[in-house]
Design a protein around this ligand. Sequence first.
Ligand code: SME
Length: 152
Amino acid sequence: MMEKSKKEKRYERLFGQISDLLKDKDYPLARMATIVAVLHHKMDYFFWTGFYLLEDGELIVGPYQGPVACILLEKDKGVCWAGVNRGETVVVQDVHAFPGHIACDSRSNSEIVIPLKTSEGDVIGVLDVDSKEHASFDETDARWLEKIVDLV
Ligand code: SME
């Protein structure tokens, strides 16, 4: 597991890089693709990094990096839908203990989901990150990934 102060510094640097890359770029899908590319390649414990987006009440995969994932997530099941329905970040230390967890890849063991919201506060999707290790994500990941998702 990445040491806390190292993680903090890494996120601080990536936040600056992502902000620079996104400056004056008005395309949400391109912004999401850039965010996941930077995160996935700079955070070594990110095994799958991507967005799921709400389309007509369904949660469909968006820009992502990592192994091939489920295209459509069964409604109100699993961690991503929990993030949508709660409207807040969900941190899962052991996905196998999470009721209804959807295993797109059996190698994932822990997960974090951050809701993507409009400026009015409506949830329009989530950022989902999986790790092969248990308990990879903590409040440092939650705080920084929330700030990064705000950049979309
Ligand atoms: N585990 C997620 C599904 C998406 S994959 O992790 C990429 C869930 O339970 O919603």
